[in-house]
Design a protein around this ligand. Sequence first.
Ligand code: PMP
Length: 433
Amino acid sequence: TLSLVSSQRKTSEEIMKEAVKLMPGGVNSPVRAFRSVGGNPIVFKKVKGSKVYDVDGNEYIDYVGTWGPAIVGHANDEVVKALKEAVENGTSFGAPCELENILARMVIDAVPSVEMVRFVNSGTEACMSALRLMRAYTGREKIIKFAGCFHGHADPYLVQAGSGVATLGLPDSPGVPKSTTENTLTAPYNDYQAVENLFHTYPNQIAGVILEPVVGNSGFILPDKSFLEGLRSLTRREGALLCFDEVMTGFRISYGGAQKYFNIQPDLTTFGKIIGGGLPVGAYGGRKDIMEMIAPSGPVYQSGTLSGNPLAMTAGIKTLEILKRPGTYEYLEQITSKLVNSMVAIAQDAGHAFTGGHLSAMFGFFFTSGTVKNFEDAKRSDLAKFQRFHRSMLEQGIYLAPSQFEAGFISLQHSERDIEETLQAFTRVMKEI
Ligand code: PMP
């Protein structure tokens, strides 16, 4: 135990009471504070496999997976072992190390459109850097993003952003000058025509289009394949770049990400989460002629003291090694489809307006009927019901994202039994709420 952690056992409530005096909202990332579902957040003590454990002595089956990275299970034995060995060589180099080559090679080999990659420390950094690069490469300033898509918290992206921005009902953030968002254009997700119209309105001014190829930050929303294909040919025709934000979907929708699954090659891709195996990492990559504009090979500046960190590289390499083994994605698909299909059937049997979907090990659901194609549809979900649902599921030992506007994640260590137990809890809760 660290000497700074008191030996006296404290409850989640006590710890949060202290935390709010020390950190804004008591947290270091907003959605963790449970504002949209109410009640106290749970303070974690440890995580292992498919489970999370709180300081109050409760065990939960976890569907957040630390927001995506934990695809091989929390504190995976092989990842932990590799990290223990790596830490003996130091925690940070700030100089080249071969581990960077290994992970870079793995990403480049896995993701069809990526010929070169740059590692950073978060998805936010990756998306912020990709934007600078898109603007530099095209010599244009405007970008198009989609309502409800989240690309980290860099100023230009805080326009109709999903995730915590939606959860907290903040349309935009104070402190973001108009001058940094006036070049951010937005369109509804899955609405190709709206994007084409923007290109007509702003000829030769749009540097690129960025999107989540499968949305996780408005809740879970699938793209129409024709929408993705349309964006690919439109951007190419207009001399703009297409950037897939695969921070959530990379190595989750398939080993080669959503782009491999849908067979579409963007010009640039951003990564995070899984490629760091649970340590802080992000990356952006793409066509060589574009990536070579980054310093020091080109003039576009971007740097990082801890970028390419040996521990993060190690956890990422081991995680990808595990994911590459035969049968992994088949298993993820099998248990995720069982979970989601059963949830939809159970909820509808119980008389709830409920819709859900999944792709590989990413899933989501809404308390509304009919399909959800964009953020406007997602906002029709009965949020009061979601709140009751979330609290009841917690009481049954199931830990789901504390917001309607987040996706769920499954790991290789979720067992058939975990799924069964979750469905039993879900059945009880659906009768109760
Ligand atoms: N892009 C997407 C699609 C994300 O889901 C997230 C985080 N959830 C980010 C970017 C930002 O990543 P980070 O939290 O690592 O900064």
